[in-house]
Each structure stands twice: as C-alpha cells, then as structure tokens.
Design a protein around this ligand. Sequence first.
Ligand SMILES: CC(=O)N[C@@H]([C@@H](O)[C@H](O)[C@H](O)CO)[C@@H](O)CC(=O)C(=O)O
Length: 305
Amino acid sequence: MAFAGKRLKGLIAATFTPMTSNSDINLAAIEQYVDYLVQKQHIRNIFVNGTTGEGMSLSVHERKSLAEEWVKQARGKMNNVIVHVGCLSLSDSKDLAAHAASCGADAISTVCPSFLKPSSLDALVLYLKEVASAAPSLPFYYYHIPRLTGITYQIYELLGKVKKNIPSFRGVKFSDVNLMDFSLCVSEYKEFDCLYGVDEQLLGALAFGAHGAVGSTYNYLGKKNGDMMAAFEEGNLLKARKIQCSLQEFLIFVFDMGWGLAEFKDIMSQVSGIPLGPSRLPLYSSMKFDHHDNIKTKMLKLDLI
Ligand SMILES: CC(=O)N[C@@H]([C@@H](O)[C@H](O)[C@H](O)CO)[C@@H](O)CC(=O)C(=O)O
C-alpha cells in the first residue's frame, strides 16, 4: 500500500500539462519540470491531470501516459504523486484509478461529474465509492471545486458519510472560499487530510488548521508560499501576512488583466524557463510577448522572484 498511515501535508503543486506548439502532450518536458519544482521551488508533492493540468480536456490515453511519466520522473525526488482521475464517465474514472495504482501513484483524487450531476449527497457518496473501489490500495481524496463543477454540498456533511462507506478515503482537496465549511472539516474529522485550494487565501485556511494546500501558483511561487507557511508555523504572523498580501497583489494584477488558467501556464513557462507550450482549446491565452516584462517587473517589485 502506497502511504498507509502517512499524512499528506505541505504544499502540493497542481501541475500544468506540458504541450507542444500543436497542443499535443509533451512528455519530454516532465523530467525538467520535476527538477525545477524540487530544486527551485522546494516542492515535493504534485497533483497531476487536475484543473491546472487540463485533465478534463485530455483523452484517457493521454492521461495514462502523463500519469506514468510523472510517476517515473518523480520517483526518488518527490514524496507524493496524486493523480486526478475525474471524468464525465464513471468507467473512464475507474479505468484511470486502476491505472494510477498499477503505475505506482501515491494517491488518487476525483471531482464529481458535473454535466449530469448527483441528485443528492448520498448519490455523490455512491459515485465516489465506485471510483475508489477501482484502486482500493490507494488513498482517495475528494476534489471539491464548486465554482467549476456547480456541485455545492457542504463538505463536512460529505465527510460524515464517506467515513462509513469508503475505507480508502483520506481527505479532501478543498478549492472553495467557504472557510467555515473548511474549518468544520478540519475540526470534526481529524483523521482526514484537509488540503486547501484557493492560493490567494491560504493563510486564512492555515489559521483554521489546513494540513496542506494544492494549487497552480505553487508551481512558480512554491518557495514564497513555503516561506509564508514557515512564518505561520513559527508564529510570525506579520511576516506571513506580508507574504500573503504580496501574493494577493500579484494575483489581483493577473485577474485585472482578465487572465486565467491559459495565462497562468504562460507565466509558469516564463518564470521557470521550461517551454510548457500553449493550453488546449477551449482555453486560449491572450498574453502577448510584451506582457512578459510587465509580469517580471511586477513579481520583482513584490519580492516574489
Ligand atoms: C480554479 C482553479 O484553477 N483553482 C486552482 C487554484 O490554484 C487557483 O489557480 C489559484 O488559487 C489562483 O486563483 C486550484 O484550486 C486548482 C487545482 O488545484 C488543480 O489544478 O487541480
């Protein structure tokens, strides 16, 4: 069993999927990507094929190839590779879950399908139980991202139900701003790992006892976020707040430009120097070459790089 008894904590980068200029997957860039995360950003955990990785825009075959390559390249360098297996089709998700177990992933996670949605919390639990059953030896995490899925059940209620129903269930990746629900998960279900997923307010989640965090910005701002977490743990709230505010100011700059995931991928390519390629349609980056200098200037001004 992968990490029986081991808790998932700290920063987890939700990786971008390297692509060629034609938006085909580019497995060759993954080795350099892993080394960059470990050496420059001090990141030792990755969440692959998730939102940032455009998992839902990839074929099952591509997702399997990517999972295999991430696991292969992370071996001996990273602590955990968590593979997102969420799909619209339950059988595809089960296929991906079984594949993740066979290729040596450390854990799996899934969103719930969001085209045809579960009609109740019990239906969601039944769905998650089915996915988890395809990889019973792997720790299983529910991926809550209501802004994208439209599935808005209270997660602390879900945890009460999965506790009795899914033996491999280990926690939640909580990508929502509802810190009261998050706090209830942490305080009422101490046996589960509660990983926060809204990078711009991680400090708030740490105050509520978050065990770790999964996010896109940890790819290129992992070290800075690590400094913030260390300051928080040392009780240096002033320092932690200063760093969080700089990170927020950077993200406000990005959002004010109307940018999203496709542009985040461009930012990662610029900051890391790794050519990650474009995103796959329907994502499309509106970033122009002369924006690159603005990004760098902003990051330098905020002491982020
Ligand atoms: C909607 C979205 O993409 N949220 C990101 C955040 O890391 C987000 O990019 C960040 O907080 C900036 O808004 C993560 O929660 C997603 C994530 O962890 C994933 O890619 O699976």
